[in-house]
Design a protein around this ligand. Structure first.
Ligand SMILES: [Zn+2]
Length: 245
């Protein structure tokens, strides 16, 4: 009798059972944006990572889908462990073994996102917004909600469960363009970037002003060089910081 096939299958089974949780975990952790890329583009227009300004507040929205069937607003939470919560409480709980953490109710958070989006789409007062909260399959959801709080593996099915036509092709395109025009994500990132550069410069200047090397924290001393006096680090040659006086 030929034993090669049964032995091969046995090893396959062994590998699968050993790494099962890892394999399914990896599938679950697949980025939501790549899951959404499987949607039919003629029916669903996806925008990932949106920053909307409304007054002083900024809303950072993970994913918006403008579809024939209304607008989906998706908030993703990459949390593991037991997730406990309900529709209206302020906070939810994450439990991993004996450790408990609380976090702001993502349903409320996403309502804030929808509110911000509504302000940018005032021309469409009758729009239907569908809130979806997505957790990875490494989480164990113990939630009691009327809003959809689901595993990422159920995301496509959940989106496709809506089939009543709500928007025309022209409306879809117009809304898509409006959101894209309101999306501040690049300006937002840039302003954060500029802020961090400014902070670094400020730190450097205040270090020098108090005679400390901004690179290593050691003292600065006045040295004589080819082109006159300059401030140098006492740790030279270990630290090569220099600053003209
Ligand atoms: Zn130094």
């Amino acid at each position: 009798m030929n034993l090669i096939l049964p032995i091969f299958l046995f090893f396959l089974f062994l590998i699968w059972s050993l790494f099962r949780s890892r394999i399914t975990g990896l599938i679950g952790e697949k980025k939501v944006s790549s899951i959404l890329s499987f949607l039919d583009r003629s029916k669903y227009k996806v925008i990932n990572n949106i920053v909307l300004k409304s007054g002083e507040r900024t809303a950072q929205i993970d994913h918006i889908i403008i579809s024939d069937f209304g607008i989906f607003v998706i908030e993703t939470k990459n949390y593991k462990g037991w997730i406990l919560g309900n529709e209206n409480s302020n906070y939810w709980k994450q439990v991993i073994f004996k450790r408990k953490e609380k976090f702001y109710n993502p349903i409320r958070q996403n309502l804030g996102h929808i509110w911000a989006l509504k302000r940018h789409l005032r021309e469409y007062p009758g729009l239907e917004y569908k809130s979806i909260i997505v957790f990875p399959s490494t989480a164990y959801l113990k939630v009691n909600t009327s809003t959809k709080v689901i595993y990422s593996t159920r995301l496509l099915k959940t989106i496709k469960s809506y089939s009543d036509i709500k928007l025309t092709e022209a409306e879809k395109e117009d809304i898509f363009q409006k959101i894209k025009a309101s999306n501040m994500v690049e300006t937002y990132d840039r302003s954060l970037h500029i802020k961090s550069i400014k902070q670094r410069l400020k730190k450097r200047e205040s270090a020098i002003a108090s005679n400390k090397c901004p690179q290593c924290g050691d003292d600065l001393v006045i040295r004589n060089g080819k082109f006159g006096k300059f401030l140098g680090c006492i740790a030279y040659p270990g630290c090569k910081f220099s600053h003209s006086i």
